[in-house]
Design a protein around this ligand. Structure first.
Ligand SMILES: *[C@@H]1O[C@H](CO)[C@@H](O)[C@H](O)[C@H]1NC(C)=O
Ligand SMILES: *[C@@H]1O[C@H](CO)[C@@H](O)[C@H](O)[C@H]1NC(C)=O
Ligand SMILES: *[C@@H]1O[C@H](CO)[C@@H](O)[C@H](O)[C@H]1NC(C)=O
Ligand SMILES: *[C@@H]1O[C@H](CO)[C@@H](O)[C@H](O)[C@H]1NC(C)=O
Ligand SMILES: *[C@@H]1O[C@H](CO)[C@@H](O)[C@H](O)[C@H]1NC(C)=O
Ligand SMILES: *[C@@H]1O[C@H](CO)[C@@H](O)[C@H](O)[C@H]1NC(C)=O
Ligand SMILES: CC(=O)N[C@H]1CO[C@H](CO)[C@@H](O)[C@@H]1O
Length: 778
C-alpha cells in the first residue's frame, strides 16, 4: 500500500507534548521527505537522515548536533539548524520533497499549551461519578440521524448519552458495539448506538510512539466524550464545571444518535486508524462524521497522502457529511487544515460567557481590577497579601530585569516571593503560563497575576492556585498602585461566571486561518462555531481541585475541536429535516445562512479587536435555525470533486490514489487551477486575478424553498477597485425550473491591492437571504 501506515496526526484540542524543547530560532529548517518508504524501519530512516545532513554540512559541523527533530513514522524528514546555503543544498538532494524555514512552530506549541490548558486528567480506577447532581431530560423529538465521531473514545455512563425517551435503534444502523477493556455491549444503548476502537500501531524498537494502547472504546482522554456530547448530547440540567458556567448542557442535535470510532489515544491519532474509522462509519450507516483532529499545518499532507482527505472523499461520495476542525495554529495566515473542498471546515469563536476573577487592591482604595481565569483559590476576601512584581523579586544572580519581570523560571528569588502575590508580564513570553505558575507555587507564592493581551478570550483553568489574567491596560493601575505605597497588598477573588459578555462571538486567537495552503481558489475555513470555554461532558478524574470532593462530569475546554461538533450537530439537524439533501446541499444551507455580526450588532471581530475577515470565519458564524430553511442551495456531486482534482493538477493516476473514478474517466484537456473557482461552492475565491484583469465564474443554485414559484434578486457588496457583475441579476424559479445558473464577473484595476478584495453576493426573495462571500486576490 502507498499509504503511510503510521501517519501521526494530533488531536486539535488535546495537544500533548511533542514539539521541540528549548530555543528555536529562524534558522531551523524542516526537511520533508514524503511518505515513509515501504519496509523501512524508523531506525534506518533516522540513520539515513543523519547521513543526508552530514553530506551537505559545512566543515566543522556534526549532523547529530544540528538535527533537532526527526520524522520517521508517518512521514520521513527532519528539522535541523542550517545555513541558507545548507538548506538550498538539501533542496536538491534526491528524496527531499521540500525544505522550508519553520519560524512559527515553536510559538504554536507554546500557545496551544497555554490556551488549551486542561485539567490534569487521570483515570480514577474506573470509578463512575454519581449522576445525582444532574438529571437528563428526554429529547422532545427523536430523529433517526446518526452522528459518528472519529475521536479518543467515549465515557458511556455520562448522562449526555442516557437513552431515556429514545425509540429503537434506526433500522439503517449496521454498526457494532465492540467489547474492550472496561467496556462491553451493554455500554451501548439507544442513544450511544455503536462504538469501535482500532489498533493505534505498535511501539517501535526504539520505544518511540509508546502510546497507551487503545484496547477499548472507553475514553481515557476526555476529548471524545466532550465532542460527542457537544454534537449530540442530551440536554442535561444542572451541568457545571464545579459551579461555573452552570446551566443546561445540550448537544447541537440532542435527538441524534451517537457512534464512536476511537482512532486516538490521548497522545495522538493514527492515520491508518482514521482511514479505518471512515471506512467503518460509511459502512455502518452514519449520516454525519465529525472529525476534531488533523495534521499539523506545517506538515499538511497533500490530498493524496492525507487519511482525512481520502476517508472523507469516500464518505461524501456516499452521501455522508464530513465536518472537520480547522486547526489551532492561528492567528497566522494559511494555517487551516482539513481544507479539501468536500469537507466542511470549522473555525472557532467565543461565546458570550466569560469567567471573571478580579484583583482587589489594598490601601483604602479597594477598587477591583478586572481579570479573567478559573481559580479554585481560598484567599481571604480582604486584600491582605503583599503584592510584588517579578522585577522586584529578581534573583541577584540574574542580570537585567526583563526576564524576571516576565517571571521566567529560575529568575526569581524565592525568599522575596514567599507568601506574596506575584505580578508577572506574560506578553510575548515563550514560557507557558502553567510552567511559570507552577514555579511560583512551589516557591511559596500565594497567588499570581499574569498580564497578557493576546489570549484574553480563552480562559485558563489554574484550579487550586489563585491566578488571574489582566490586560496590559488594567496592569497600568496595578503598577501605579504598587508605586504609590511602600507596602502594596491585594487579593484575588474567586472566579464568577459572566454572561451576556460583549462583544461575542469573536474569532478565537488560536483558530487556524485561511487561505488554504493547498488552493486559494476554494475559500477556507468554511464557517465558524463556538470553540472557546465550551462546557460539555468529561471523564471522571482523580486529580480533584482543592476542596472538591467529587469529580466534575463536565469540563470547560477550548479548540476548533470544540467548534467542529457544533456544526456536526447543526448538519445532523438539517439532514433530519431534509433527508434527501446531499452533503454539499447541507453545507450550502449552513454556510449561506451564517451570520457575520456580533451581539453589539457590529461586524464580528477577532480577539485582537480588528474586524474579522473571510479567512478567519469563512461564511460566518453557524446559525442552526436559519440553516433549516435556506431557500437556495449550491449543490455538488462526486463528479464535481473529480473535476476539482483534475483542475488541482492531478492526473488520472494520482486521482486513483484518492478514489476509484468511474471507468473511462479522464481529466479534460483544459483542466487548470483557475477553473477550481468554478466548483459550485457556496463561497467564491479567485486568485491571480492580476492587474486590470477580469475573471468570470459560474454558479448554479437549486430552489429548495417551499415556494416553487420564486424570484430571487441579487445584491452585491464589493470593495473599492473591484467591479462585480452578476448575470442574470434575477432568477425566476418555477415548478419545472428548479436549478438556475448565473455568472459572476470580477474586474479590478487595483494593482496595489496586496490583500484579497472581499465582499459578498446575496440572493433574496424577500424571505430567504442566501449569502455567499467572495475573496478575490491578485
Ligand atoms: C458488562 O459489564 C457489566 C459490568 O462490568 C456487567 O454487569 C454486565 O453483565 C456485562 N454485560 C455483558 C453483556 O457482558
Ligand atoms: C511586557 O513585556 C513586553 C514584551 O517583552 C514589553 O513590550 C512590555 O513593555 C512589557 N510591559 C511592561 C509593563 O513592562
Ligand atoms: C483607585 O485605584 C484605581 C485603579 O484600580 C485608580 O484608577 C483610582 O484612581 C484609585 N483611586 C484613588 C483614590 O487612589
Ligand atoms: C473544458 O473542456 C470541456 C470538455 O472537455 C468542456 O465541456 C468545458 O466547457 C471546457 N471548459 C472551459 C472553461 O473551457
Ligand atoms: C478604476 O479606477 C477608476 C479611477 O481610478 C475608477 O473610476 C473606476 O471605477 C475603477 N474601476 C473599477 C472596476 O473599480
Ligand atoms: C486597492 O486596494 C486596497 C486594499 O488592498 C485599498 O486600500 C485601495 O483603496 C484600493 N485602491 C483603489 C484605487 O481602489
Ligand atoms: C471556579 C471556582 O471554583 N472558584 C473558586 C475560587 O475560590 C473560591 C474560594 O475558595 C471558591 O469559592 C470559588 O468557588
Amino acid at each position: 500500500m502507498w499509504l503511510p501506515l503510521c501517519f501521526v496526526v494530533a488531536l486539535l484540542a488535546v495537544r500533548p507534548g511533542g514539539g521541540l524543547a528549548g530555543e528555536r530560532s529562524n534558522d531551523v529548517y524542516v526537511v520533508y521527505m514524503g511518505a515513509v518508504p515501504r519496509r523501512t524501519s524508523p531506525n534506518f530512516l533516522q540513520e539515513s537522515h543523519l547521513r543526508l545532513v552530514g553530506s551537505i554540512l559545512s566543515r566543522g559541523k556534526v549532523a547529530q548536533s544540528v538535527v533537532v527533530q526527526q520524522y520517521k513514522h508517518g512521514f520521513s524528514g527532519f528539522a535541523a539548524r542550517l545555513s541558507k546555503d545548507e538548506a538550498a543544498a538539501l533542496r536538491k538532494k534526491p528524496g527531499v520533497v521540500s525544505v522550508f524555514a519553520d519560524p512559527v512552530y515553536q510559538l504554536h506549541t507554546t500557545r496551544s499549551w497555554d490556551f488549551l490548558q486542561q485539567t490534569d486528567v487521570k483515570i480514577d480506577g474506573g470509578a463512575r461519578p454519581k449522576a445525582a447532581a444532574s438529571s437528563s431530560s428526554a429529547p422532545t423529538t427523536v430523529t433517526d440521524t446518526i452522528i459518528g465521531l472519529l475521536d479518543s473514545g467515549i465515557w458511556p455512563e455520562s448522562p449526555s448519552f442516557d437513552d431515556t425517551g429514545f425509540g429503537a435503534v434506526p433500522s439503517t444502523w449496521k454498526g457494532v458495539c465492540m467489547a474492550g477493556a472496561d467496556f462491553n455491549s451493554s455500554n451501548c444503548n439507544k442513544k450511544l448506538i455503536g462504538a469501535r476502537y482500532y489498533d493505534l500501531g505498535e511501539v517501535d524498537g526504539a520505544g518511540a510512539r509508546s502510546w497507551s494502547s487503545s484496547n477499548s472504546p472507553r475514553d481515557e482522554a476526555g476529548h471524545g466524550t466532550h465532542t460527542s456530547s457537544t454534537a449530540a448530547g442530551n440536554a442535561v440540567t444542572g451541568a457545571s464545571y464545579y459551579g461555573l458556567a452552570s446551566g443546561t448542557a445540550k448537544g447541537g442535535s440532542a435527538a441524534s444518535r451517537v457512534a464512536m470510532y476511537r482512532v486516538c489515544s490521548d497522545e495522538g491519532c493514527a492515520g491508518s486508524a482514521i482511514l479505518a474509522g471512515f471506512d467503518d462509519a460509511i459502512g455502518d450507516g452514519v449520516d454525519v462524521i465529525s472529525v476534531s483532529l488533523g495534521a499539523s499545518p506545517y506538515f499538511s499532507p497533500d490530498f493524496s497522502e492525507d487519511p482525512i482527505a481520502i476517508g472523507s472523499f469516500h464518505a461524501v461520495a456516499k452521501g455522508v457529511i464530513v465536518v472537520c476542525s480547522a486547526g489551532n495554529a492561528g492567528p497566522e495566515a494559511s494555517t487551516v487544515v482539513n481544507a479539501a473542498p468536500w469537507i466542511m471546515t470549522v473555525a472557532a469563536t467565543t461565546i458570550d460567557r466569560a469567567f471573571e476573577s478580579d484583583v482587589v487592591l489594598g490601601g483604602g482604595n479597594r477598587s477591583a481590577v478586572k481579570g479573567g481565569a478559573i481559580n479554585f483559590s481560598n484567599l481571604d476576601k480582604s486584600p491582605k497579601y503583599p503584592l510584588i512584581t517579578g522585577a522586584s523579586a529578581k534573583s541577584s544572580s540574574v542580570s537585567g530585569t526583563d526576564s524576571a519581570s516576565h517571571c521566567e523560571p529560575g529568575t526569581l528569588d524565592a525568599s522575596k516571593i514567599k507568601g506574596k502575590i506575584v505580578l508577572c508580564n506574560h506578553s510575548q513570553s515563550d514560557t507557558s503560563k502553567t510552567v511559570k505558575v507552577d514555579e511560583l507555587k512551589s516557591a511559596g507564592a500565594v497567588g499570581s497575576i499574569l498580564v497578557k493581551d493576546a489570549e484574553r478570550a480563552v480562559t485558563t483553568a489554574y484550579l487550586d492556585f489563585p491566578v488571574t489574567e489582566v490586560t496590559s491596560g488594567a496592569a497600568v493601575d496595578l503598577h501605579s498602585y504598587i508605586a504609590s505605597t511602600s507596602e502594596p497588598v491585594a487579593t484575588i477573588t474567586p472566579s464568577i461566571t459572566v454572561t451576556g459578555y460583549k462583544p461575542a462571538p469573536v474569532v478565537a486567537y488560536f483558530s487556524s486561518r485561511g487561505p488554504s495552503a493547498q488552493t486559494g481558489n476554494i475559500l477556507k475555513p468554511d464557517l465558524a462555531a463556538p470553540g472557546v470555554d465550551i462546557l460539555a461532558s468529561w471523564i471522571p478524574t482523580s486529580s480533584l481541585p482543592a476542596g472538591q470532593k467529587q469529580p466534575s462530569q463536565f469540563n470547560l475546554i477550548s479548540g476548533t475541536s470544540m467548534a467542529c461538533p457544533h456544526v456536526a450537530g447543526a448538519a445532523a439537524t438539517v439532514k433530519a429535516w431534509n433527508p434527501t439533501w446531499s452533503p454539499a446541499a447541507i453545507r450550502s444551507a449552513i454556510m449561506t445562512t451564517a451570520t457575520q455580526q456580533n451581539n453589539d450588532k457590529a461586524p464580528m471581530t477577532t480577539d485582537s479587536g480588528t474586524v474579522a475577515t473571510l479567512f478567519d470565519y469563512g461564511a460566518g458564524q453557524v446559525n442552526p435555525t436559519g440553516a433549516l430553511d435556506p431557500g437556495l442551495v449550491y449543490d455538488l456531486a462526486a463528479d464535481d470533486y473529480l473535476h476539482f482534482l483534475c483542475n488541482y493538477g492531478y492526473g488520472a493516476s494520482q486521482i486513483k490514489l484518492i478514489t476509484s473514478p468511474p471507468a473511462g474517466f479522464s481529466c479534460p484537456g483544459n483542466a487548470s487551477k483557475d477553473l477550481i473557482s468554478d466548483l459550485n461552492y457556496p463561497s467564491i475565491a479567485v486568485t491571480k486575478l492580476g492587474a486590470a484583469a477580469s475573471r468570470t465564474v459560474t454558479r448554479e443554485v437549486t430552489n429548495v424553498g417551499a415556494q416553487e414559484d420564486a424570484t430571487y434578486t441579487v445584491t452585491v457588496s464589493t470593495p473599492a477597485g473591484l467591479d462585480v457583475k452578476v448575470v442574470p441579476s434575477k432568477l425566476h424559479f418555477t415548478s419545472t425550473l428548479k436549478k438556475l445558473a448565473f455568472q459572476v464577473t470580477f474586474s479590478s484595476n487595483n494593482t496595489t491591492a496586496k490583500d484579497a478584495m472581499t465582499g459578498s453576493i446575496t440572493w433574496s426573495d424577500g424571505k430567504h437571504t442566501v449569502h455567499s462571500p467572495f475573496a478575490i486576490s491578485n
